[in-house]
Design a protein around this ligand. Structure first.
Ligand code: HEM
Ligand code: SF4
Ligand code: SF4
Length: 358
């Protein structure tokens, strides 16, 4: 279905395809040049390929206040959010993309309502006691809770990805598939297209800084290290029978501490940066999604690090319940918030590299 914003995006792509001034800036313009008409599927693909670097707004001679009103970053930003909504599963949950703060608060309340009743205590008697997390919430209860919610989130994201891949699939030959996959992986891991021309992306007119990319790296790799920490801890428990809490020097704690610090520095820095970024670059709906996601990531990492530092204090059980409630809320909102940008953008980058290799 062609929404009002898609009509605007279609108009802008037709103008850009005639103008081509920005063709060297990023893959969006290169992919655009491969097309003569722009169907909703093309616009969805191009919107998810855009990294919102902002370059093409300040370069454009037809940008507002010009009557053509061309603002490619903002238009594609809105089309991107519309695509997140259209791929959501179950479909009624798409409402969460329209009200990200309400969705986050509802998920946090659900997290507390689920975690608090399964806690066996909220304080321990003496300071300096070794932190026995499973005395607060039983290990099997924790695994069941996070296993069920985690599997649901993975299934919902996988269905969304399938829906996106359905419209953005590339019919061309898969010969040499390894090359496109490697290039797309490198694009993801380096965020190459946030500085595609070699220069850093812009936060405002004449404001070129590397911070957005570096802070995203802190967030992305911090998140990956926290996942690695949980995975190693699960292997320790299930394979070796080593039960938490682990020493401060152990692999799970070291990975979680470095990852947690990345997840504090990255989201806090991005929040500060976003508040000052030119609002003309991003649609308000995507800004709200970003702020809500950054806030819940920050809550997760801060409470996680506090729990680590204060794990031998009497109020450890209370802190554990709060932290787990926030993590559960994060899991619940994964398929219905900003997190999905990584999945769709990764798929769009792979499609771009495939098209390029034909
Ligand atoms: C395929 C992997 C990923 C790619 C290519 C990617 C790329 C990007 C890009 C280009 C932006 C800026 C444009 C926008 O706001 O949409 C962005 C924003 C963001 N990304 Fe990612 N990302 C990926 C995965 C992740 C992951 C795994 C996380 C954290 C769990 C993450 C956290 C964020 C956050 C919090 C923002 C919003 C920042 C802001 O508002 O400025 N990203 N991402
Ligand atoms: S954004 Fe403006 S300058 Fe760039 S290609 Fe489009 S119309 Fe031309
Ligand atoms: S904002 Fe950046 S990534 Fe998006 S279309 Fe413009 S130049 Fe390309």
């Amino acid at each position: 279905m062609l929404t009002e914003m898609m009509r605007k995006a279609e108009h802008e792509m037709v103008v850009c395809n005639a103008c081509r001034y920005c063709e060297a800036y990023c893959p969006v313009f290169q992919a655009m040049e491969q097309r003569v008409t722009f169907q909703p599927a093309d616009l969805t693909y191009l919107a998810n390929l855009c990294h919102n670097c902002g370059e093409c707004l300040y370069a454009c001679q037809y940008a507002p206040p010009h009557e053509f009103n061309i603002d490619v970053p903002r238009t594609l930003s809105r089309v991107r959010v519309e695509s997140y909504e259209s791929f959501a599963w179950p479909s009624f949950a798409a409402v969460a993309f329209r009200r990200p703060w309400t969705a986050t608060i509802v998920a946090l309340i659900a997290g507390v309502l689920i975690c608090a009743p399964v806690a066996r205590t909220f304080t321990v008697r003496a300071t300096g006691q070794s932190a026995d997390f499973y005395n607060v919430i039983r290990h099997d209860v924790m695994v069941t809770l996070f296993g069920v919610v985690g599997l649901f989130a993975v299934a919902a994201i996988a269905i969304g990805h399938r829906r996106f891949a359905g419209i953005a699939s590339h019919e061309g030959s898969r010969y040499g598939e390894l090359g496109p996959r490697q290039r797309a992986t490198r694009d993801v891991l380096t965020l190459r297209h946030l500085h595609a021309t070699g220069e850093d992306c812009v936060d405002g007119e004449e404001q070129r800084q590397p911070w957005r990319r570096w802070l995203h790296h802190c967030t992305f790799y911090g998140f990956a290290l926290c996942l690695a920490s949980t995975t190693v801890a699960a292997i320790y428990h299930a394979v070796f029978g080593w039960v938490a809490p682990y020493a401060y020097t152990s692999a799970p704690v070291a990975l979680g501490t470095v990852g947690g610090l990345g997840l504090v520095i990255g989201p806090a820095g991005l929040l500060a940066l976003d508040l000052r970024r030119d609002p003309a670059l991003t649609h308000a709906s995507e800004r709200a999604l970003g702020f809500a996601f950054l806030t819940i990531l920050l809550l997760t990492s801060v409470t996680g690090l506090l729990l680590l530092a204060l794990r031998e204090r009497p109020y450890m059980p209370m802190l554990l319940v709060i932290h787990l409630a926030i993590v559960l809320a994060l899991f619940i909102t994964f398929p219905y918030g900003k997190f999905v940008h990584g999945v769709y953008r990764g798929a769009a980058l792979l499609k771009f590299r495939r098209e390029e290799s034909v």
